[in-house]
Design a protein around this ligand. Structure first.
Ligand code: GLN
Length: 359
């Protein structure tokens, strides 16, 4: 066990117990999820962030690769009240600093009051408060990571499910969770995964039935390539998106996005479907939101806690997006039918277009 310091924007420095050594900087966020730590830690959307778990015991049911969303840990560092030795071994193997034995209620309260903020961490035998403050000083704001897509996307196109008989999906990988690909493959789709900045002609070449924009880290305006793809294809092809994907679709179609104070990260975020009146429980991880959907999109689902947009449909285009994670890893599984809906939209079996509320 070693020294550990966590320096927050504004100068508040917390002391904890060092579990995995190293220094790190990034925007500090918290998740209220009480399960799914392997899925969260391997979710590419956490790239360049420091993840605080508000649930006090993390690692308590082991670490199993089949639950991973990607092949590495994405947050720059992790904080909890208590990490088990098994999860600490994983942090050490991957060189990800980890701190426990601090009061995570303090950290969460700071983030809730001050918003997701810059953070510096130093963990090691001889580290000092100054080392953490130096990291804080060098920290880049999330929106200034302008080429973050390059850190999380495939370098070259990859195809999955070539023996499948269903729809052909062009998945634009802005940092896609593995379970999004799995959810499409399980429904017989062939999935062409493209780099986040793929050219229009490259995507066109596979003659897709659906353009699908994935989740991913950071500010949606930094994904210019994906915005261009939506603009290029939306008149001729159905478009779907998850999380960052919803934000990119809004940016492309005349809407706008904004940064939230501390975002939504957890596994029990309630979402209301405005047409059916039904509430579902959802997994979420986002710090930006659609501020204005523009004239071509209709908000069809909202977050019960703060009324922010959770589901958006096209009005004159075939568009279906979700701000939450319908692939539901680790769960709850209330929203898996999103994948059936987008594939039905892709095959022309379903009319998903929204009727504007004031018609
Ligand atoms: N999970 C995601 O796709 C996150 C989307 C975006 N980076 C946000 O923080 O809002």
């Amino acid at each position: 066990m070693t020294e550990a310091y966590v320096a927050l924007e504004g100068g508040h420095v917390l002391e904890g117990r060092g579990r995995a050594d190293g220094t790190a900087r990034g925007e500090i966020v918290f998740t209220t999820a009480y399960t799914g730590y392997e899925e969260s830690l391997t979710d590419p959307s956490y790239e360049e962030q420091i993840l605080t778990f508000s649930y006090p015991l993390i690692g308590n049911y082991g670490v199993r690769e089949e639950r991973f969303e990607d092949d590495r840990i994405h947050p720059r560092a992790a904080i909890a009240k208590e990490f088990t030795d098994e999860i600490v071994d994983w942090f050490e193997r991957e060189g990800v600093p980890a701190v426990d034995h601090l009061d995570t209620r303090d950290v969460v309260t700071d983030i809730r009051d001050g918003g997701a903020m810059k953070c510096g961490i130093a963990v090691g035998e001889d580290v000092t408060e100054e080392d953490a403050l130096e990291q804080l000083e060098a920290c880049t704001a999330m929106s200034d990571h302008t080429d973050i897509g390059a850190q999380v996307s495939v370098d070259e196109p990859v195809v999955h499910g070539t023996d499948n008989d269903g729809e052909t999906v062009a998945l634009i990988d802005c940092g896609a969770k593995g379970s999004i690909v799995d959810s499409l493959l399980a429904r017989d789709a062939t999935v062409h995964v493209f780099p986040y900045d793929a050219a229009v002609e490259t995507v066109e070449a596979v003659d897709p039935d659906l353009l699908f924009i994935s989740n991913g880290p950071g500010d949606p305006v930094n994904f210019e390539g994906a915005i261009t793809l939506v603009e290029a294809f939306v008149e001729d092809m159905p478009v779907a998106g998850i999380c960052l994907g919803q934000q990119i679709v809004a940016e492309a179609l005349g809407g706008s996005t904004e940064k939230m104070t501390f975002g939504h990260r957890g596994v029990n975020q309630p979402v209301l479907d405005l047409e059916s009146g039904q509430v579902v429980m959802t997994t979420q991880n986002h710090g930006y939101t659609v501020a204005d959907p523009g004239d071509h999109l209709e908000i069809t689902q909202i977050n019960v806690n703060d009324d922010t947009p959770e589901g958006i449909d096209g009005i004159e285009y075939d568009v279906l997006t979700r701000q939450y994670h319908p692939e539901a890893n680790p769960g709850p599984e209330d929203t898996l039918d999103f994948f059936d809906d987008v594939l039905a939209m892709a095959s022309g079996r379903a009319d998903t277009r929204a009727v504007p509320a004031d018609d």
